[in-house]
Design a protein around this ligand. Structure first.
Ligand SMILES: [Zn+2]
Length: 469
């Protein structure tokens, strides 16, 4: 059986510098160097990690980051956010302002303030340019080597759902820790990010106590998973209790009304329920959730999503119906149930739920996506294509939308564009063989001058043109 380890990897990025030693000095690392490294790293990350593209989750995270970034007065980069499908409790920042948030982080925290605390910490690493400074000090400014190093160590370590790989990363970090003194330096970085992060958190109107409780949660989780299979150095790194203690000291200096700020969690808990239901390992968590006494609507939602992913259709249907009975007018629940019934082929029930959801939340892009699929199922291909193209403007990297649009255009006999979108879908789901098939088909169907030109661009740049980060 696959062993499940959920471990803290917060800021694991910094371990990577430990495996260096033989890099040439190229002088100072500039802002544009950093941007270049970040971009190269991100391209590698796209091909190796699975990103969450669910607009509900991504918009939520981006909004919080924007709210925090506004308060960090020295931030030299626009933050680019990626959400990685992985159960590790992790987030890390890469040079150039790329922040990667793991779904495991969302799944294990309790309030938006706690989540924002981690993000504020990562933003502080970016704005304080810790990586650039560290690289300069260690004479590690050869950009190509640096990028390869980061990508190799980090991506190789945390790719996909397989958490054994994550244990690999920790071992790598562990060995390095034994031979290098960098860990002390990293602690300084971490402290610096904690202190600046907490200021940003406060300026963005969150409760600073959340940063302390976040570290406490992590400490408990790490302790829970510590066993003989995990390198012992993890039990000390990253000195979570020490961080709890100095942050607690710092809290004493803030006015009571700041410490009394209510922590928001309504929206966070919805996102958490969705992230769990859609990305946590259902086969592992279903037993716990079935035994749980929590009969809240959000718990029902997660349970229904687990059943759906485990292909226990009857259980899923019953749970969705129970959920709707409990909360008949919540657009999220109506939408998820509508999506489920669509998958089951019950178009009538699906349409009914989706239209009800839309009447309450007309701008919900997930709902619009299901509606587009309902149009397509009813052979209203033009309507479906129009809706999907609109959605792509907002979410150009969403594989599911490209896939659906490809199918719809195929039915309309627009073969070049159909294969183009199927190709992009294959690119974002990292399906090499399907990419090749669709590229071949695009070549066959490229007739007009415009299509031929587009095809050329695809061959040059496999992610398609104008893919905004
Ligand atoms: Zn950090």
């Amino acid at each position: 059986m696959r062993k499940k380890i959920q471990i803290l990897l917060l800021c694991s990025f910094f371990f990577i510098f430990s495996v260096k030693d033989s890099f040439a000095l190229f002088g100072k690392m500039t802002i544009s160097d950093e941007e270049k490294i970040g971009k190269e790293f991100d391209t590698k990350a796209q091909s190796m990690l699975l990103f969450v593209e669910d607009p509900e989750i991504t918009s939520y995270v981006k909004d919080i980051i924007a709210r925090l970034a506004r308060e960090d007065k020295i931030l030299p980069f626009r933050i680019k956010t990626r959400i990685v499908q992985n159960s590790a409790i992790n987030a890390f920042a890469v040079p150039g302002g790329y922040i990667y948030v793991f779904t495991g982080l969302i799944e294990n925290l309790n309030t938006e303030d706690e989540f924002a605390a981690v993000l504020a910490h990562e933003i502080a690493h970016v704005s304080r340019r810790h990586v650039a400074k560290r690289a300069e000090q260690t004479k590690l400014t050869n950009i190509i080597s640096l990028t390869t190093l980061i990508a190799g160590a980090l991506l190789g370590a945390s790719g996909g759902e397989n958490s054994q790989n994550i244990a690999g990363a920790l071992i790598l970090g562990g060995q390095a820790a034994a031979t290098q003194s960098f860990l002390n330096y990293t602690r300084e970085n971490e402290q610096d990010a904690d202190h600046h992060g907490i200021e940003t958190l406060i300026a963005a109107n969150y409760n600073p106590k959340a940063m302390v409780s976040t570290f406490q949660i992590m400490y408990e989780k790490v302790r829970l998973y510590i066993n003989s299979n995990i390198p012992s150095y993890l039990s000390t790194h990253p000195a979570l209790l020490e961080r709890v203690s100095y942050l607690n000291n710092r809290l004493q200096y803030y006015p009571q009304k700041v410490l009394d700020r209510p922590q928001k969690n309504e929206q966070f808990l919805r996102i958490k329920a969705l992230a769990q239901g859609k990305y946590a390992d259902a086969s592992i968590h279903i037993e716990r959730i079935e035994k749980s006494v929590d009969n809240s609507a959000l718990a029902l939602l997660t349970k229904a999503l687990f059943y759906e992913r485990l292909n226990r259709k009857k259980n899923a249907e019953e749970t969705f119906l129970e959920l709707l009975e409990k909360e008949p007018n919540d657009p999220l629940f109506l939408r998820e149930a509508g999506r489920f019934f669509f998958q089951q082929g019950d178009l009538k029930q699906s349409l009914n739920l989706i239209l009800r959801s839309m009447s309450i939340a007309p701008n919900d892009t997930n709902t619009q996506f299901v509606l587009a699929k309902l149009y397509a199922a009813q052979k209203e291909n033009a309507l479906a294509a129009k809706l999907l193209l609109n959605l792509l403007r907002e979410f150009p990297r969403n594989a599911e939308i490209h896939q659906e649009l490809g199918k719809v255009l195929g039915k309309e006999k627009q073969f070049f564009d159909a294969h183009k979108h199927l190709y992009i879908a294959a690119f974002f789901t990292k399906n090499q063989s399907r990419m090749q098939i669709h590229l071949r088909k695009m070549t066959e169907h490229a007739v007009s001058k415009k299509e031929k030109k587009e095809l050329e661009q695809f061959i040059k740049k496999p992610s398609g043109k104008k893919r905004t980060p």
